[in-house]
Ligand binder design. Structure first.
Ligand SMILES: [Zn+2]
Length: 302
């Protein structure tokens, strides 16, 4: 499958193909999701749409637009949707969520701050998981994904609730054709809840998986780790879609999507660029707001 670089963002803001207009994703484009959700969700682009640093072109600064960031220690909640029995993903990705907080990689996100100059801490905690046994079948609309989150009675406004779908499940608004994942927020039971959709890229390796032999011997899970990293750092630096993004509407992780920096080779021949939580990972780089460039870990030049 081939993907034009403009297609992904075109479905969102129609802005990635526009070079000189200042478009605010919080006020442009169509509404998504349930009733009160009028802002667009923010999508993880597919492999054909590398972040600007990977294209070798000009770089656009990311800037602050006044909204909140997630301070303190944000937590990650997993919602395992579909059939995950016998899949090592549940073990692998739990290690990932338990290990990413405070890592040299996550510290890149601490370059972001709010209107009171309080910085993101770089800490993240893993809060636990719930299971959803196909409550809405195998093709989920955006509204149904919000319902899956709402069914867990989320209460933590400093958390990211992640819907992780098994490979037999798709998201009808464009998983594998428009995006690999996304994050947004919605008012659920009177609270501003941040949540994300993370699809299993075993469904479409050419679009959403960097390698089919992977450091933890499960290409789908290892592919999801990079998408989880992408969506979590965006949710933390731009939880309500009104804080940190560039003039083209790209959030921090978008600017480095599908770029990895210095890679090492694992014993099974796969590539990795991070080690934490007792495992190796190949996860995309993130944008440093201070240096205005992609980094693999805080301070790295590769
Ligand atoms: Zn993104």
């Amino acid at each position: 499958m081939k993907f034009a670089s403009c297609v992904i963002a075109a479905s969102l803001f129609a802005s990635a193909c526009v070079s000189d207009e200042d478009i605010d994703p919080a006020t442009s484009s169509q509404s998504q999701g349930l009733g009160s959700e009028t802002r667009p969700k923010h999508e993880h682009p597919m492999k054909g749409d590398k972040g600007e640093a990977g294209k070798g072109g000009h770089t656009t600064a990311i800037s602050y637009h006044g909204g909140p960031v997630m301070t303190g220690t944000p937590s990650i909640h997993y919602i395992w949707y579909g059939n995950w029995s016998g899949n090592t993903a549940t073990t692998i990705l739990t290690s990932f969520a338990q290990g990413i907080g405070g890592s040299p990689y996550e510290q890149i996100n601490a370059t972001y701050y709010n209107a009171s100059n309080v910085h993101v801490s770089g800490a993240v905690s893993y809060a636990g998981s719930t299971n959803d046994n196909y409550s809405h079948g195998t093709s989920l609309t955006d509204a149904q994904i919000e319902q899956v989150v709402a069914a867990t009675n989320p209460t933590d406004t400093n958390a990211i609730y992640m819907v992780l779908t098994s490979a037999d499940v798709t998201a009808s608004s464009g998983f594998c054709t428009q995006y690999c994942g996304w994050h947004t927020d919605a008012t659920i039971n009177g609270r501003d809840i941040k949540y994300a959709f993370i699809g299993n890229p075993d469904r479409c390796p050419s679009a959403c998986e960097e390698q089919t032999t992977s450091p933890n011997g499960n290409a789908g899970a290892d592919g999801m780790a990079s998408i989880i990293a992408h969506e979590s750092e965006e949710a933390i630096s731009d939880p309500d879609l009104n804080a940190w993004y560039d003039r083209q509407g790209a959030e921090n992780a978008d600017k480095c999507a599908w770029t990895f920096g210095n890679e090492s080779t694992a014993s099974n021949g796969s590539k990795y660029n991070q080690t934490f939580g007792g495992r190796n990972w190949l996860i995309q780089r993130n944008w440093n707001a201070s240096t205005q460039g992609c980094q693999r870990v805080l301070g790295s030049t590769n």
